[in-house]
Each structure stands twice: as C-alpha cells, then as structure tokens.
Ligand binder design. Structure first.
Ligand SMILES: [Ca+2]
Ligand SMILES: [Ca+2]
Ligand SMILES: [Ca+2]
Ligand SMILES: [Ca+2]
Length: 302
C-alpha cells in the first residue's frame, strides 16, 4: 500500500527491470512513471526467467510493468484484495517498449492500468496481456496520441493484446493518428471473452492490420467450451468492437477470418455456439468517404 513515482523531465533514457516496475500498482497502491521528453527505451525482458508466469510457465517472465495494475486473487485461504492503479505517461520522443507478460496498459483483478504516450514514432512489443489488455474484473486504457507506431513487429505475440478484455473486464484502446502497423495474436485488436468489453479505435492514418488468428479485429466469445470455459451467461454478454475511422488501410487475414477490409463493415458469426451472447464487429471508414451509418432494429448484432 502506497504511492511510487518516477518523474523524468527529459533526455534520452533507458529503463530496465525484470518485473514490478515502470508503472506498477499492486493492492491499494498507485505506481506511476512520468517522462516528459526524449527518445526513451523501456525494457522488461522475456528471459532469463526469474518471475513465474502462469501464462508462460518456465518460458517467459511475468513482467507486471509499463503500466500494469495487479490484484491478489483467490489465494489458498480464499483471500481477495483488489488491485491498484498504474500509469505510464510519456509525452514525446520516439520510444521503444519491450516486455513479456502483463505489460503496457494492462490490469488484473480490480485494478486500473493506463499507458498514455502522446507523440512520436513508437515501437511496442509484448508477449501476452499487452498493449491494452485486462483479465478478471480489470479496467485498462491504452492511449496513443500520434506518430507512426508499430505493434509486435519485432517479437511474435502469443495471446491477448491490443484492446482485449477477459472475464468481466473493460479495455479501451485508442490510437489517435499516424500510419500504424499492428501484428495481433489470438484475441486482439478489439476482442473479448467471458463477459468482457474490448474496444479498439484508430482515428487516422494509413494503417496495416495483421492478425495471426481469426478471433481478432472485432471479435467476442462467451461460450462454455473446453478451451474457453466462462459459463455461457444468459444475462452478461461479451462485446468486441473495432473501428478504423480514416485512411487507406490494409488487412492481412488468417484462415477463417471474417470478411473485413478497407471501407467495410463486418459482423462475424460465432462458429462455435450460436446461442451465446456475443456482440461483435468492425467498421473501417474509407479515406475519402463521408457517410452516415445507421443500424436498424431488424438486425441482430452477433
Ligand atoms: Ca526521457
Ligand atoms: Ca519519450
Ligand atoms: Ca506514437
Ligand atoms: Ca493509425
């Protein structure tokens, strides 16, 4: 319980740690890193493995940093303690963010994680729960102000990134401008599962989207299935939405992906369980077009 602040007024800085750093908020805590200027490098290495990761046991560190909020969930005594608040604010410069599991605007168990980078051509890499991702009643915001940014081009991501919400969580990912390049894993780029709400918005630029799995770019699942057991709720849906508001964009699709593309509207069907409460889809607004889009009550968003 407490407050931890790192405030840097400028200069080109190198931040290195293994875990619990660069904006980490544990139970009843607030941890923030504020950097005013400069081309900075934020690093939380994948290996050598010193901090156990339930998502990547023995293979990668549990980073819990670069704006990562974390709570104490269901230990052996049945104790629960809600997570804290984590913030990483970088105002300018061409920055690089490299991390492992739980990095870059993420939250787990009642926490709030915010990454806000205002300007510059930035590079983000994370393996699992990265760049706006939440698990188990978490809330997170990933806010990018501009520049030509690149997501997961240097290290192949594994799962859950770029606007993903899992298990009663809420995630908002907003990219406000620039020609951006996105590489997303399974459950990414506006996705949710198990009663989550995941929203992805890119407001401008000519962007490139490439997902390694069809469950991305406006996708939600809520079914009771061996891989993804979450109760098949009759009352609480999953929501996964994608919006690209401007620019001429390219999309690379994996097998089975919905028919998304530049200037298109898509509403995927869940091939696993037609009765699950899943609200999903995407909208790409074309470069020159200006149009009003209305959705009638006769349609079912699924
Ligand atoms: Ca700096
Ligand atoms: Ca910077
Ligand atoms: Ca940027
Ligand atoms: Ca963009």
């Amino acid at each position: 319980m407490g407050i931890g602040l790192l405030v840097d007024g400028g200069g080109e800085d190198l931040y290195r740690a293994f875990a619990h750093a660069q904006g980490f908020g544990f139970v009843s805590s607030f941890g923030a890193l504020l950097d005013a200027d400069g081309n900075d490098a934020y690093g939380l290495p994948v290996e050598p493995v010193l901090f156990y990761s339930p998502q990547q046991p023995g293979a990668a560190n549990n980073s819990l940093g670069q704006s990562s909020a974390f709570g104490w969930r269901r230990d052996a005594t049945g104790t629960h303690l809600g997570g804290g608040i984590a913030l990483l604010r970088d105002r300018a410069g061409d920055d690089t963010y490299n991390g492992s599991v739980f990095v870059q605007g993420v939250s787990y168990w009642m926490g709030l994680g915010v990454l806000a980078d205002a300007d510059g051509d930035d590079r983000y890499n994370g393996l699992f729960y990265a760049q706006g991702a939440t698990a188990h009643f978490g809330v997170a915001a990933f806010l990018e102000g501009g520049g030509n940014d690149t997501y997961n081009a240097d290290v192949p991501p594994i799962h859950s990134a770029i606007g993903l919400a899992h298990d009663f969580s809420v995630t908002v990912f907003v990219e406000d401008g620039g020609d951006d390049t996105y590489f997303g894993p399974d459950r990414s780029i506006g996705a949710s599962k198990c009663h989550g709400l995941g929203v992805f918005v890119d407001n401008g630029g000519d962007d490139h989207y490439e997902a390694a799995h069809e469950r991305a770019i406006g996708w939600a699942t809520d079914y009771d299935w061996a891989e993804d057991v979450c109760g098949d709720s009759d009352t609480t849906p999953s929501y996964g939405f994608f919006v690209d508001a401007e620019g001429t964009d390219t999309y690379v699709k994996p097998d089975g992906a919905p028919g998304y593309g530049d200037g298109m509207l898509w509403i995927p069907d869940d091939p696993v369980d037609a009765t699950a409460l899943e609200y999903m889809g995407g909208l790409d607004r074309d470069g020159g077009a200006t149009w009003l889009w209305a959705y009638g009550a006769e349609h079912t968003l699924r």
